[in-house]
Write a protein that binds this ligand. Sequence first.
Ligand SMILES: [Zn+2]
Length: 536
Amino acid sequence: MTRQHKTIKEKQYFSILQWLTEEGIVSEKGEPFDWRNRPFLLDILTDFHPLQVVMACAQVGKSVTFSLKTLFAVKHLRFNVIYTMPTDSDVNEFVASKFNKILQSNPSEFRGMATDNIDRKELNDRFVFFKGTVSATAPISTSADVLVHDEVSRSNQPAIEVYKSRTKASPYKGRWLFSNPGPERDELDLAWQKSDQRLWTITCEHCKAEQDLVWPDSVNIEGKFYKCRTCEGKLSDDTRRRGVYQAQNPGSRIHGYRISHLMCPDIAIEEIIEDSEGDPGYFNNFVLGMPYTPGDLQITKAALLDIWTPRFSDVDQGPRFLGVDVGNIKHYVVRTHGGIIKIGRFTKWEELDNIIRTWKPQAGVIDAMPDNTAAKHYVDTYPFMEMSFFKENADNPQTIIWRGEGDRDGIVYSHRDRAIDRMLTDMLEAKWLIAAPADKNFGDYIKHFETLRREKVTNNKGIERYIWASTTGVDHYVFASLYADIAMTGGGDGMFFGTGGGGEPTHAIDADNVYDPSELFRSSNSEGYSDGRYGG
Ligand SMILES: [Zn+2]
């Protein structure tokens, strides 16, 4: 497209706020921008320092903020921009649902910037290239004035590194990083550590003490309100709105900002307190905007002996749950809400029917790997049985365990490592006991848990994560325990043993034309679980 015959001289702005106001730029929803509940975004919006990093919780508007900065930079600063996201499909979704919508909502300001081309936007001979860091095609090779790296912590770290060379020819040499954090010491965290580390600092309306908002010191958990860290007085929403950024590491050449849900007056404190009780990785990364590396959680023999009890009948109360780990030798665990009452192993499948007859579990979970024929058989035969797949819930990273629906009824999905974290934490906190006999099986049980180690791995998208691995690969009781634990999370929909009949759910998974388990296996592989030694 050519702009050479342009006759109307467009106004050149030097201030993004003046531009937004005078041109009446509206959001992707066609609404004026409102920073009343996001006042901390204004400093970030108006910061055009070349090196900046924003470490932020989820859902606070950082992508839209950086979209506006990008558009302003292209149009009024006449920058060329490379904008990356973790994957090409992230790019497709973001450009279609956010970036293009902003263009379409402001047609006169962005006329000439076509929305049909996802990867490349051009305006007055300046461009924005969008690109996934995990991509079938090579990184953008052209040079740019600014690199915008969205969701850095979920991006391929080596690819982010490659882009550094692309700004060599530019006098500006911009690098804007922003993301929900991931583990400590990734690209985002390192940039934050080197930055001037600006924290949103508020002034207590009672004692005038200046402070940033931190979990849990700034929260009165019982009273469910924000409190001053000095005088413990209740802080109003307006006090939290009237913050200013203060650098903790002044003088750095990188501008760093941190955003947490504690800074958002429209997020209910009850919600934050509830999130704090869930998965610590989620709470730190997505609520507090903090990196999180799981600690050296490990289950020792001593820890298991601590929760062992000879008082079987105290633990064998209420409904029972069964977990079955599948291999040449199968391992099973029977438990109640109070803890484990039976552990054992078997080789022939008929023995599992005996175990079910003996223990009458309310619910049971069986490993769908490595061969799901047997698992499928048990799910079809016993309406209270489910088969387990490990997977990540991309739509809702907070969810650790969830159930398949429709033709995937009878399947329970779980986030493998977070589910293990949760179980081990419960064991270390003695939330349940082990009342199984102290026999050779229990000796094996201890050995299997002792082989567990946290390991940092890089999956095939180049993204780092922590997983639980066994030093020997012999961890069957760990997974049998995990499946029994997962079985307890079922909906309590009254599918007790022996009540099968009219109300039984139909399991369409045996209709091989509608369900291909290998597809699921592939999708869990793609999330980094391909190596057999990480399996159950
Ligand atoms: Zn105070």
